[in-house]
Design a protein. Structure first.
Length: 226
């Protein structure tokens, strides 16, 4: 029987929890450079592509000069929206909306293959970096969406004292940072308008996340990642 959440249900204009960890729970981010490379790939993939006209360069081949555009990395800015993320030493979480059917499949294959190649080359290793295929869970309610974002931002030890010990989108939600390729508007809009009864009593997103008395009222697919 396949592992839970390996068999994916792809639906366009839908939200997903994407996660994976290192093979045998090994480290996949050793230091700030590794974190920075992974985030750099996300930025490349999710930012609007550059104007190809401005990218044209002059090349010389067999004594003849011509202008062309260097090969550009894949771009998914029109297909994928990243709402939240957290990178931990041996695993990661992404909260994603895909606008087209199976966009996640192409995006994640490119991202993880590219990062694995970088990590293996840097550390002179061979073989799989991740513990099998990434996992994808379709999010089926607003309540699930909000509590999942809270879970992701609490993921570093589940402690308010360790949020900034690992890269995450939480500073963007606190408006302490503005990352153009992290889309915070949807989740924050629930608190601006007090749209749902399950967040009443929490005036802001920060209050919602940092309320240590608030237990997640839904089971996140019985998922435990260490």
């Amino acid at each position: 029987m396949p592992a839970k959440n390996v068999l994916k249900v792809y639906v366009e204009n839908s939200y997903y929890h994407i996660y994976n960890r290192g093979v045998e729970k090994r480290i996949i981010f050793k230091d700030d450079q590794d974190y920075g490379v992974f985030l750099g790939y996300l930025k490349e993939y999710l930012s609007p592509p550059n104007d190809v006209i401005k990218l044209k360069q002059e090349f010389t081949l067999k004594g003849e000069s011509f202008k062309g555009v260097p090969r550009q990395p894949n771009n998914y800015s029109k297909e994928i929206e990243l709402l939240a993320y957290c990178l931990m030493p041996n695993h990661f979480h992404l909260l994603i909306k895909q606008n087209l059917d199976r966009s996640i499949e192409n995006f994640m294959r490119s991202l993880l293959t590219r990062y694995s190649g970088y990590f293996n080359k840097r550390n002179e290793r061979v073989g799989s970096l991740f513990q099998g295929p990434y996992k994808a869970v379709l999010i089926d309610s607003d309540e699930y969406l909000l509590h999942l974002s809270r879970y992701i931002h609490l993921n570093p030890q589940g402690s308010v004292n360790s949020w900034f010990g690992a890269p995450s989108s939480y500073p963007d939600y606190l408006r302490e940072r503005k990352t153009s390729w992290v889309k915070t508007d949807l989740i924050l809009s629930f608190f601006d308008q007090a749209r749902e009864p399950f967040i009443r009593g929490h005036a802001t997103y920060r209050n919602f996340v940092e309320d240590e008395k608030l237990n997640i009222p839904i089971v996140l697919n019985n998922m435990i990642i260490e």
